[in-house]
Design a protein around this ligand. Structure first.
Ligand code: KG4
Ligand code: ZN
Length: 343
């Protein structure tokens, strides 16, 4: 079974081909970061227009890489939400129209489910059940995952997502959009002993998070400085921020493992690329004897491969496809319906 995956929820256009037997055969990605950087953040209208420009060339590139033709595609999976409505509509309309022309069904996919399952694309994939720490630009959640479509929310952020806190703090330190990865590079040469920032909700007794106060703590540090900010200050403040957020993410993940008795942790979403987070989790995994899995770096942030994979796994788990043609997107869409424990 060959699944074509289409991702367009925010500022990356991704197209991929995933085969149920042979795995990922081809994927192509275009990031709009350079285009939005000029404005200091994503401009939704520009994002939609750029997705339109990119989808067809990316489809051609993915097909060429896979050595397959469109006629061989069995179903088209695409991100239905959550995300920017205009951006979602481009991928959705493209996928539905293509499937209609090919006379093949479609599989609307939840973007977070794509992230959640993305570590299964790696050479050493996790087996169910596991705890998932989902840390993206828009979400921070701890989940118990017992199978495809079987997700139980254990805790989540009450305000800013981890990636959002990285990006906002980066902006306060004068880094260009999207600053998360740049902040973490800066933090690597920062002095961890110079500043100590609060660890929000570390001892809250539950598995929830709150990161907006941490961003305010960075703002307070910045305000105490005389402009322009010096290089050493920026590196030390970045390090203090990263030390705090990583400690909270790691400790809450350990708590989720302990609480559920599970021995496997899967980290997914853009912040999963963070080196300090990975190093601390690897260290704890050795000491406390659990396994930790990450998506390959290329699949941490948004991509089409995770959507093709999620579509394929959904089909294999018995989910039904839908006839191509009629469609809608869901810019706001909880992965776990309130009170249901399932997606
Ligand atoms: O998963 P993703 O593509 O976003 C959503 O689907 O929302 O992740 C993007 C987020 C951004 O906030 C970005 O700053 C953050 O991931 N990010 C990082 C790193 N690389 C990307 N945050 C911390 N350290 C990194 N190395
Ligand atoms: Zn994402």
């Amino acid at each position: 079974m060959l699944i074509l995956g289409v991702e367009s929820s925010c500022d990356e256009t991704g197209i991929a081909l995933y085969d149920s037997e042979a795995g990922l055969l081809g994927h192509a990605l275009h990031s709009q970061v350079a285009m939005h950087a000029e404005y200091g953040g994503v401009v939704p209208e520009l994002a939609s227009r750029d997705h339109i420009r990119r989808v067809v060339p990316l489809l051609q590139a993915a097909l060429a890489q896979a050595g397959r033709s469109l006629a061989e595609v069995d179903a088209v999976a695409y991100t239905r939400g959550p995300g920017l409505s205009g951006a979602l509509l481009v991928g959705c309309a493209f996928a539905e129209a293509l499937a209609l022309a090919l006379d093949k069904p479609t599989i609307p996919v939840h973007h977070l489910e794509g992230h959640l399952l993305s570590p299964l694309l790696s050479a050493d994939p996790p087996v169910f059940p596991f705890i998932a720490l989902l840390v993206s630009g828009g979400h921070t959640q701890l989940m118990r995952v017992t199978g495809v479509g079987q997700y139980e929310l254990l805790g989540e952020t009450l305000d800013d997502a981890a990636g959002e806190a990285f990006d906002k703090s980066a902006k306060l330190l004068g880094l260009p959009y999207p600053g998360g990865a740049l902040l973490s590079q800066l933090a690597e040469r920062g002095d961890p002993a110079r500043y100590s920032l609060p660890r929000p909700m570390l001892h809250s007794g539950d598995l929830n998070f709150s990161f907006s106060g941490l961003k305010t703590a960075v703002l307070t540090l910045v305000r105490e400085q005389v402009e322009p900010l010096g290089d050493d200050f920026r590196a030390d403040a970045a390090r203090a921020f990263q030390e705090a957020i990583v400690e909270v993410l790691v400790k809450k993940s350990l708590k989720a493992l302990k609480q559920t008795g599970l021995k496997r942790l899967v980290v997914a979403g853009g912040v999963g690329a963070n080196r300090q987070l990975r190093a601390m989790l690897d260290d704890e995994a050795k000491r406390k004897r659990f396994r930790v899995h990450y998506p390959e770096l290329a699949f941490c942030t948004d991509n089409g491969a995770m959507i093709a994979l999620a579509g394929c796994l959904r089909l294999q788990a018995g989910a039904s496809t839908k006839p191509a043609g009629a469609f809608s997107v869901q810019p706001r869409w909880p992965l776990i319906a309130p009170g249901s424990g399932a997606c």
